[in-house]
Design a protein around this ligand. Structure first.
Ligand code: GTP
Ligand code: SPV
Ligand code: MN
Length: 603
């Protein structure tokens, strides 16, 4: 490393960037400033340095070439929603679903934490690009961090280094992200967004969504504010491409809350009968989509990311072989279990090993009554290593989206799949989504909560304005808007067993979605929307028990009446900003359910 202000000796022409780096370096008191170029040589050096200081363990080079293992602080394993702030100018700009503090007030809290916080440390400057190079939708961000672990993750998750500086140019603007590990004290942990300064400040956490600032902080929270101003969408969505036996390609985007199946659906392996018939699934992205109208008036999506930050537990050769192949090499594993031969294991991967070191660094055996891997342990892997990565995944224009799918983790009530009647109804379906909380965020595991469009933790402005934006985008797109659906892979029986096999079998639902989006597919009307016939989702081939099949596609009027009344209360909480269209969709659904209930009573 060439020491302080290395860039000054080169042609760093972007004065705004140089000035910001100088300011941060003076404030944080970093020992040295290092500009990341994203090269192989650089990352090898950083990884080796982290192996030597104990931050990383090098995994078996045969089984996991160029791959590393890390354990986090035990108190730093997930996103912290109660310490995440949207510091918009007014409380009303941030809205009732975000934590808000006035920008001045938050600066008074968080700026002092950064003063001198990098003394004795190297300050890394990470130029990164969100989106394919040359894409009109791509955006440059700069993350400054004192964590080489963050650098290593960012190098996998984003296009880092010269490629970003080239896109930035001499005059270009960039999203600013300032991160410090601090002392990892949860009491000093703050994840703050200043939309009017295009600035993120993150202190005292090294966990993915809190520290890899290009991801949720920039590509969703700040980008959603921009998208609202500029007429596009920044969404918590996977993007996949489906090819039918005739060779027709259809692209689908799907919004599920954290740890509710995006990575798995994005790289699904279809059942044998589908593959034999010529169906193919390809991945464009597994977590974030930026959607913008193309010249033909359709919505096109890009994946702004370059890697996957995937949930490890539950990933196996049976459930998601493409994810396993993606993280075989060049991967960073965090908080999984480490085996004596320097390989890794997690719950759901396969037979438990006789002995392991758990994610906390303690000895573990199958008799231990705690998991060896943290439920939110993750792999950070290059997207291009995915065997089913789409040839279009770096298309600068993005891919045209035919269907948008919402989904949540619901033990009961919500059927396997249904189709919304219109864009407006679909917006309502997204706005009223609920899902059981997962280990991806701290607190309330399993609790049912509203998570509109899977964006509750990620929308950078007033949620009701966001819904209005969806309605407005629908007005612009008109007939060319994608068809909207809702799915639920997570229904359980009274004993807690999954009713639906999920994973690859979700292809049956995807096929129906693609057929319906193209104007085909068999469906029956119901108060909540269009439901597939059992044949249309291939139930007979699966050999499901009759009552299971019936439950999966059932709309229980009593349960739904309760659901929709609760939704009414939830929506009313948004007051004057609640779009009339959303309120009226809820009223109309309530009426349809009441009518249907009366019909049933008369039968
Ligand atoms: P984030 O990265 O947090 O945004 O999560 P995600 O939405 O990408 O979720 P992911 O695909 O990683 O799945 C989360 C967990 O749900 C994993 O343990 C999966 O094994 C499990 N899962 C995914 N799809 C299915 C499914 O169809 N059925 C069941 N039962 N579990 C699933
Ligand atoms: C999520 O929690 O939705 C994730 C992981 O995708 S993180 O990047 O930490 O947000
Ligand atoms: Mn996510």
């Amino acid at each position: 490393m060439t020491g302080k202000h290395r860039r000054e000796t080169e042609s760093m022409a972007n004065q705004k960037l140089q000035q910001w780096v100088d300011e941060v370096s003076a404030c944080t008191g970093a020992d040295s400033v290092y500009w990341c170029d994203g090269s192989e040589e650089e990352i090898e050096r950083l990884n080796q340095m982290m192996v030597e200081d104990g931050t990383l363990v090098r995994l078996d080079p045969e089984k996991h070439p160029n791959s590393f293992y890390a354990r986090s602080d035990v108190n730093d394993v997930a996103r912290v929603e109660d310490r995440t702030f949207i510091c918009a100018a007014t409380l009303d700009d941030a809205g009732p679903t975000n934590n808000w503090m006035a920008p001045d007030q938050m600066h008074a809290v968080i700026d002092p934490l950064f003063e001198g916080c990098m003394q004795g440390r190297t300050m890394y400057v990470i130029p990164y690009l969100m989106g394919p190079p040359g894409s009109p939708m791509a955006k440059v961000g700069i993350e400054i961090t004192d964590s080489p672990y963050v650098v290593a993750n960012m190098r996998i998750m984003t296009r880092m280094g010269q490629v970003a500086l080239d896109e930035l140019g001499d005059e270009g603007d960039f999203g600013k992200g300032l991160h410090s590990t601090g002392n990892l004290d949860p009491e000093q942990r703050y994840i703050c967004h200043f939309p009017d300064e295009n600035l993120i400040m993150s202190f005292s956490s090294n966990y993915g969504g809190n520290a890899l600032l290009g991801k949720k902080c920039f590509a969703l929270r700040l980008a959603s504010v921009l998208a609202n101003r500029e007429g596009w969408l920044a969404e918590h969505m996977l993007i996949l491409g489906l090819t039918d036996p005739e060779g027709n390609k259809t692209y689908v985007a799907a919004a599920f809350p954290s740890a509710c199946g995006k990575t798995n659906l994005a790289m699904l392996v279809p059942p044998e009968s589908f593959t034999a018939a010529g169906w193919r699934v390809e991945t464009i992205g597994d977590d974030i989509a930026w959607l913008k109208f193309g010249d033909d008036g359709r919505l096109y999506a890009i994946n702004p990311e370059f890697g996957f930050f995937g949930v490890a537990p539950g990933t196996s050769q049976e459930t998601n072989p493409n994810a396993l192949a993606s993280c075989r090499a060049n991967t960073l594993f965090t908080n999984v279990a480490l085996l004596p031969d320097n390989t890794i294991w997690w719950e759901g991967l396969g037979d438990p090993p006789p002995e392991a070191t758990d994610w906390k660094g303690n000895p573990w055996t199958p008799e231990s009554d705690i998991p060896a891997a943290h439920p939110n342990s993750r792999f950070t892997a290059p997207a291009e290593q995915c065997p089913c990565i789409s040839p279009d995944w770096e298309s600068p224009q993005g891919v045209p989206i035919s269907a948008i799918v919402f989904g949540g983790r619901r033990t009961s009530t919500t059927p396997l799949v249904y189709q919304a009647r219109s864009w407006q109804h679909g917006t309502y379906v997204g706005a009223t989504m609920t899902s059981e909380k997962t280990a991806a965020a701290v607190g309330g595991l399993g609790e049912l909560r509203h998570d509109p469009m899977a964006m509750l933790p990620f929308c950078g402005y007033h949620m009701a304005d966001y819904w209005q934006h969806w309605l407005d985008v629908g007005e612009t797109g008109g007939e060319k808007m994608p068809t909207v659906f809702h799915v639920n892979w997570f229904r359980r029986d009274a004993e807690g067993n999954w009713l639906w096999p999920g994973f690859g079998e979700n292809m049956r639902v995807l096929k129906w979605i693609v057929d319906r989006a193209a104007g085909g597919g068999d469906a029956v009307d119901s108060p909540i929307g269009w439901l597939p016939t059992p044949e249309a989702v291939g139930f007979e081939e699966l050999g499901l028990a009759d009552e299971v099949a019936a439950t999966l596609l059932d709309v229980d009027i009593g349960e739904w009446l309760a659901e929709v009344r609760e939704r009414g209360e939830y929506l009313a909480g948004f007051g004057e900003k609640l779009p009339e269209a959303i309120a009226s969709e809820n009223d109309a659904l309530l009426q349809r359910l009441e009518l249907s209930g009366q019909d049933k009573d008369q039968e």
